[in-house]
Design a protein around this ligand. Sequence first.
Ligand code: F3S
Length: 64
Amino acid sequence: MKVTINAEKCQGHGRCFSIAPNLFDCDDLGNGFVIGDGTLSADTIEVARLCQANCPEHAIDIEE
Ligand code: F3S
């Protein structure tokens, strides 16, 4: 499974990198991006889903 952020939807609300700084970081504009290639492990799937549910712009996608 893999997590991605849709840069066109992201408005920099910052919940993703606040909740999971191990999965997400922000650029100079405050917009979130995925650290590394976004591959999720058994340990990170749940927190990635939490971030997805908390993004007001629905910018976070999780692919099976
Ligand atoms: Fe962007 Fe959503 Fe994170 S708007 S900064 S992907 S919480």
